[in-house]
Design a protein around this ligand. Structure first.
Ligand SMILES: Cc1ncc(COP(=O)(O)O)c(C=O)c1O
Length: 408
């Protein structure tokens, strides 16, 4: 994958995020203008013909392309080390369009089961209507990919870390097993990762030979809990297919959301770096708290896959999950709810990745409709609280959790 270089060295993530390709531009605005327009004025009617022949400098209609959106796409491609990127109106639009762009009825997908709920339900309820099947491989038995693959296998899809236990999937192993499966079935399989939870600061999937990154830009890339957006990153050829389908499915990004995103990218490295730092300190502190049974955080030596985290992540991320120890006479979920309801700084809300610390109870939110057996299978317990750690002062956050936990 191409990475922007200057004088032989790779530019830093922040430099790529702030400047995109226009490092030496000295004319025009410093900030990206918002092209809040549905359509574009042609210089002459010849422009319509030039566009039809594929001239990328001719803009026609914002569902096809928009300069503000293009600015973000270029920056994200540079940040993630991909040849090209496409921005969408949501993470789900990005995921569904990327998958549908390269599949047809009868095709099969192999996935790990711990997925974002929207993706999991789309796999379960919608893809079969188009004659597609998803087979699941246990993250600790990735050798099964070779057995599950058939000549109809088009995509291997997975997430790591996963929600809410932060369990990890070995990226290098997925790639190794999939490439072996390709040799067995005699065709290319596209490997797609949802990199939302880690983000590019903490995990670089292309380094391991992943083909496509999909991501909810609503989370760490956006980082301020004020936009819904999604992104697909990969080769130019793949992105051409994705854009072709996106024109019909219509999940194009709004120019104003793209502007907010381009603004957010400038502080991405600072924000996520601080979130990593705060999350590690909070996890270490809460691990010693008497009202906490367990802390799940990839950066803690007690984390079941700590060694894998150290191998494949360059930072451990901003997501921490704790299991509350209830006071006598109180159920675990009641105790978790009392903690969430009594936090004064952290906000009880369902998203993640923003500068403000958010908390949610998985059995009341992302995992509400799962049976007890399914919850057990996913390792989710009623006393769990998922924390998306923000950039607030760490002493304030620790104090907030301590006072709320005392009421558990
Ligand atoms: C891991 C993951 N992938 C995808 C999505 C979907 O993104 P969006 O809500 O932007 O459509 C989410 C949303 O929470 C998510 O957590």
């Amino acid at each position: 994958m191409k990475t922007k270089k200057q004088a032989g060295s790779v530019l830093s993530l922040s430099t790529r995020a702030i400047h995109g390709n226009k490092l030496y531009a000295f004319k025009g605005p410093v900030a990206t203008p918002i092209y809040q327009t549905s359509t574009y004025r042609f210089e002459s009617s010849e422009d319509a013909i030039r566009y039809a022949k594929g001239d990328p400098t001719v803009y026609v209609y914002t569902r096809y392309h928009n300069p503000t959106v293009h600015d973000v796409e270029e920056k994200i491609a540079l940040m993630e080390g991909g040849e090209a990127a496409a921005l969408f109106s949501s993470g789900m639009a990005a995921i569904t369009t990327a998958i549908l762009a390269v599949t047809k009825p009868g095709d099969e997908i192999i996935s790990t089961p711990a997925l974002y709920g929207g993706t999991y339900r789309w796999f379960r309820d919608e893809l079969p209507k188009s004659g597609m099947t998803v087979k699941y491989v246990h993250p600790d038995h990735l050798d099964q990919i070779e057995n599950l693959a058939t000549p109809k296998t088009t995509i291997v899809y997975f997430e790591t870390p996963t929600n809410p236990t932060l369990d990890l999937v070995d990226i290098a192993e997925v790639v190794k097993r999939t490439r072996r499966a390709e040799r067995k079935i005699g065709r290319k399989i596209l490997i797609m990762i949802d990199n939302t939870f880690a983000s590019i600061l903490n995990q670089d999937p292309f380094k391991y030979g992943i083909d496509v990154i999909v991501e909810s830009a609503t989370k760490y890339l956006g980082g301020h809990s004020d936009i819904i957006a999604g992104v697909v990153v990969g080769t130019s050829d793949f992105l051409k297919q994705v854009r072709g389908l996106a024109k019909y499915h219509g999940g194009c990004a709004d120019p104003f959301a793209a502007y907010l995103l381009t603004r957010s990218l400038k502080t991405f490295e600072l924000r996520v770096g601080k979130q990593n730092e705060n999350a590690l300190t909070l996890a270490k502190t809460l691990e010693k708290h008497k009202k906490v049974n367990r802390v799940l955080y990839p950066g803690l030596p007690s984390f079941p896959k700590y060694h894998l985290a150290k191998k494949q992540m360059s930072g451990f991320g901003g997501m921490v999950t704790i299991e509350v120890k209830p006071s006598k006479g109180r159920s675990p979920v009641e105790a978790a709810a009392r903690v969430c309801d009594n936090l004064k700084i952290a906000v009880n809300a369902m998203s993640l990745g923003g500068v403000e610390t958010l908390v949610s109870i998985p059995v009341y939110s992302s995992h509400i409709f799962l049976s007890d057996t399914e919850l057990k299978h996913h390792g989710v317990t009623p006393g769990m609280i998922r924390i998306s750690v923000g950039v607030e002062g760490i002493e304030d956050l620790i104090g907030d959790f301590e006072q709320a936990l005392s009421l558990a």
